[in-house]
Ligand binder design. Structure first.
Ligand code: ATP
Length: 234
C-alpha cells in the first residue's frame, strides 16, 4: 500500500533522514519506533507531503506521491492523525469531525461516516456540542482519531497517540487502533510506548538518528537485545 524507497530529507542544510526505506502492506499495523528527535515526525511529514524529500521515491496505492501536495495525497486515502492532536480547540466536537471530511470523496457521505465514528467513540456523540478544549486528554485523542477517520482513509498514520495519557486510557486507545485494523484500515503507528506498540503491531521499524537500524516482525523485535536495552529498560 505504501512504499518508501531510500528517501533523504533536510531542514535547511541539516540532513534529518538518511536513505530511509519502509513498506506498509494492506491490512497491517506497522510500528515506527524511535527516541525523541530520531526523525519519526520528519518521516511522516515527508510521507504526507508537508516536507519534500530531496531524493528517493514514495508510492501510495500504486501512485508516485513524492511530488504531490498534501491535500492530493489525502484524497488518495491517506489520513494523518498528528502528534499533539492539533484539534480546533474553539470549535465543537461535531465541527472538528466535519472538517475531517474535507476531501471531496468524503464530503458527500459525511453524515453516515460521522454516525460510524460515533459508534466507535460513543463519548464523542455524548459530547458533540462541547468545545474541543473542554474534553479530557483521552477524549481529545479520540476526537483527533475520529476526525482522521472522517476522510474514509485506507491508511491511517497515527503519530504518538499515547502521549500524555493515563495508562488506562492508553490501553483503550491501543484497543481502538486494533479494532480499526480489524475494520480494514491499514495503520502506520508512530510511538514511544514501545512495549504496547510491539504487542499490537504486525511489523516494526526502528529509526535512530534518521536511519532505519532494525526492521522485522514484532515478536523478533521484542526478543532483540537492542530493543530490550534501548527501549524497554530491561
Ligand atoms: P519526537 O518524538 O520528539 O517528536 P521525532 O522522532 O518525531 O521526535 P523529529 O521531530 O522528526 O523527531 O525531529 C528530528 C530532528 O529534526 C530533531 O533533531 C529536531 O530537532 C529536528 N527538527 C524537527 N523539526 C524541525 C524544523 N522544523 N526545523 C529544523 N529542525 C527540525
Amino acid at each position: 500500500m505504501l512504499e518508501i524507497n531510500n528517501i533523504n530529507a533536510f531542514y535547511g542544510r541539516i540532513q534529518i533522514l538518511w536513505d530511509v526505506s519502509l513498506k506498509v502492506n494492506e491490512g497491517e499495523i506497522v510500528a515506527l519506533i524511535g527516541a525523541n528527535g530520531a526523525g519519526k515526525s520528519t518521516l511522516i511529514n515527508t510521507v504526507t507531503g508537508l516536507l519534500r524529500s530531496t531524493s528517493g521515491s514514495m508510492t501510495f496505492m500504486g501512485k508516485r506521491i513524492d511530488r504531490l501536495a498534501p491535500h492530493v495525497i489525502s484524497e488518495l486515502g491517506m489520513s494523518h492523525i498528528p502528534e499533539g492532536r492539533k484539534l480546533f480547540t474553539e470549535m465543537s466536537v461535531r465541527e472538528n469531525l466535519e472538517l475531517g471530511a474535507y476531501p471531496k470523496s468524503a464530503w458527500k457521505t459525511k453524515k453516515e461516516t460521522q454516525e460510524h465514528v460515533y459508534e466507535i467513540f460513543p463519548r464523542l456523540k455524548e459530547r458533540e456540542k462541547q468545545l474541543a478544549r473542554t474534553l479530557s486528554g483521552g477524549e481529545q485523542q479520540m476526537l483527533a482519531m475520529g476526525r482522521g477517520l472522517m476522510s474514509k482513509p485506507k491508511l491511517c498514520i497515527i503519530d504518538e497517540p499515547s502521549n500524555g495519557l493515563a495508562p488506562l486510557v492508553v490501553l483503550e486507545v491501543f484497543k481502538i487502533i486494533q479494532s480499526l485494523r480489524d475494520q480494514g484500515i491499514t495503520i502506520l503507528l508512530i510511538e514511544q510506548n514501545v512495549r504496547h506498540t510491539l504487542e499490537i503491531s504486525d511489523r516494526a521499524y526502528v529509526l535512530e538518528n534518521g536511519r532505519i537500524v532494525m526492521e522485522g516482525d514484532c515478536a523478533t523485535c521484542l526478543a532483540s537485545e537492542h530493543i530490550k536495552k534501548a527501549y524497554l529498560g530491561l
